[in-house]
Design a protein around this ligand. Structure first.
Ligand code: DAH
Length: 341
């Protein structure tokens, strides 16, 4: 029996030393120490021993068990460490490999132009308001002193929604002047950006849908000087401190006097070049002093208050600002174009 125990001890320890992984080690545990294991089988024969032999053999058997258990524990730790080592080697991370770039989007040049323009107006104390694109002809024309029969109301220029021509896609942001004056009491200082629609063929400078920013200031004692100062500030902030503007007489039904505002060509500074088509000046916007009739149409007393208004095309502003040569580029959404901004 003693030899048997010694044999088991040697066999088991050698096998455990040679075990290559946790599964093999566990199989050895079952084989030697399990309920039907080899050590247990030996212990079952203890009954046959004499009373003197029994405790001695019992002690010897326990010593073998303890030795095997200790070995198991030791090998388990070793194998775990080895497995971890192997895993770390296999999963080696090279932190010097360049990462996968995250694709970030770009602001559309129109959004950029709008952001820039609104920032400038907000810094001058203007509030931003928005209104409907489907508008009443009453607001788009009549209350803006553009009576029935006026050529601007022509069906060949305007997208009418109803048969009786009372509802339309707004052709300008100017109806926002009416909406604001009907709702707010002076002092008023607003800009109203938004989409407008006209029956225009698409080409390098025309689109049936484009964007305008309307401006309106109404208060006591507002003069053309305030209009000029405001627009000068806008242009200097947008195009640089050395920008020059000029006001040229014009006609709009809803302003009196009315003017068009040009900026001196930022490329040739008035000499005349291809950008300004030899003119030296580039047309920027329409403006004027709000017509007394328009004030009265909105319940504002022209003897108490005066105001100025202006409206400009945002596409033109963006094209000048970002040197875009063709209006169609703005709407095509070609990623190669948009990536530049
Ligand atoms: N609404 C005009 C247009 O679309 C632009 C304009 C001119 C707006 C004069 C104004 C203004 O507010 O005072 O052509």
């Amino acid at each position: 029996m003693k030899e048997q125990l010694e044999q088991i001890r040697l066999q088991a320890l050698t096998a455990m030393d040679e075990a290559k992984d946790a599964a093999e080690l566990d199989a050895l545990r079952v084989r030697f120490l399990g309920k039907k294991g080899e050590l247990t089988a030996v212990l079952k024969q203890m009954g046959k021993l004499s009373a003197e032999e029994r405790p001695i053999m019992g002690q010897a058997a326990n010593a073998v068990r303890a030795a095997l258990e200790e070995k198991l524990e030791q090998r388990k730790t070793e194998l775990q460490a080895a497995a971890l080592e192997a895993q770390l080697k296999a999963e080696k991370l090279d932190v010097t490999i360049p990462g996968t770039p995250v694709a970030t989007g770009y602001k559309h040049p129109m959004t950029k132009a709008l952001d820039e323009a609104t920032d400038i107006f907000v810094s001058m104390g203007f509030t931003i308001v928005e209104g409907p694109e489907v508008e009443l002809a009453d607001y788009n024309f009549t209350k803006l002193n553009t009576e029935e029969g006026h050529p601007a109301r022509d069906r060949s220029d305007t997208f009418y929604i109803t048969e009786d021509d009372s509802v339309l896609l707004r052709t300008q942001t100017s109806p926002m002047q009416i909406r604001v004056m009907e709702q707010m009491k002076p002092p008023i200082r607003i800009i109203a950006p938004g989409r407008v629609f006209r029956k225009d063929e698409v080409d390098a400078t025309h689109s049936p849908m484009f964007h305008q920013i309307e401006g309106l200031v109404v208060d006591e004692g507002i003069t053309m000087g305030d209009l000029k100062g405001t627009l000068e500030m806008l242009v200097k902030k947008l195009y640089g401190e050395d920008s020059v503007i000029r006001l040229r007489p014009h006609h709009f039904p809803f302003t009196e006097p009315s003017c068009e505002v040009d900026i001196q060509c930022f490329k040739c500074h008035g000499e005349g070049c291809s950008t300004c088509k030899g003119e030296g000046w580039i047309e920027l916007l329409g403006a004027g002093m709000v017509h007394p009739k328009v004030l009265r149409n909105c319940g504002v007393d022209p003897d108490e208050y005066s105001g100025f208004a202006f409206g400009f095309g945002l596409e033109r502003l963006a094209m000048g600002r970002f040197k875009i040569s063709d209006l169609r580029l703005i709407f095509e959404n070609d990623i190669r174009f948009l990536e530049q901004f």
